[in-house]
Design a binder for this molecule. Sequence first.
Ligand code: PGA
Length: 258
Amino acid sequence: MKSKKILIAGNWKMNHGPKDTEVFFETFQKHWDALSDELKMSVQKKEVEICLILPFVSLPKALELSKNLPITIAAQNVHWEKKGAFTGEISGPMLLEMGIDTVLIGHSERRTHFGETDPIVKKKAKSLLEQGFRVIVCIGETHTERLDNQTEAVLKKQLHALFGAGDLTASPQKLVLAYEPIWAIGTGLTATPTQAEDAHRIIGANISQDLPVLYGGSVTPENFKSLLECPSVDGGLIGGASLKPENLVEFIKIAVPG
Ligand code: PGA
C-alpha cells in the first residue's frame, strides 16, 4: 500500500452513552496493549491517526479514558456562534474548554433530519476554523442523484458553497473533507473503489487546496483495504463498524503501512 497519512475516523452517531463508552475503552485498551510495537509506533507518530467522534455526553468519559492512548476525541456537531440564545446547542468555546478541538460538520444525517443547508455548513466550517478547530466536513450525493448522473454536479455545488467565496482557507491539518455517498451510509452498499476514487478525484479537481479526503459509507474491516488502496482516499469515516473496539483494531492493522 502506498505510504500516506491515514485518518481513521469513527462516527458513533447517537450510540454509546458514558457507560458504553467506558466498556468500549476498557476493551480497546486490552487490544491496544496486545498490538505490536511497530503498529503502536505508527499510530503514535501519526502515520495513522485514530479519531473517535462521539455524542456530547460521552466526551468527558472518552477524554478521561483515552489519556494514555493516541486517539483524538471529537464532537459530532457544534453551533457557529460562540454563545447566546440557542437552546440545546453547544458552542466551540465550550468544546475547547473540555479539550475537544476536532469537530464533524455537515453530516448528511444533520442535513436530512435537522435542516442543515450548505450555507449553514459553510457558516459552521468558517467559524470553527477561525476558532482554531480542525474541521471534518461531509459531502456526498443521494442515490437518485447518482442514478441521474448528478454526482459530479452535486459535489461541485457543495464544494462551491464551501469554498466559492474564497473566504475559507485552511491547512490540510485543519480541514478534512469526507466523501460520503448518502446511499452508502448505513446500507451495507459501499461505493466500489473505482466509484470512491472517481468521486475523490472530482473533489480534488474542484478545490484549490490539497486537503485530505476520507471515504465514508458502510466501511468495514472487509472493504477498508481496497478503499485505502485508492490513491485519492486518505482514510475512512466509519459509522456502524466503529462501535466495536475489535473493529477499530482491525482498521488500524489494515491502515498501518507495511
Ligand atoms: P456507516 O456510517 O459506516 O454506518 O455507513 C458512515 C457515516 O455516516 O459516517
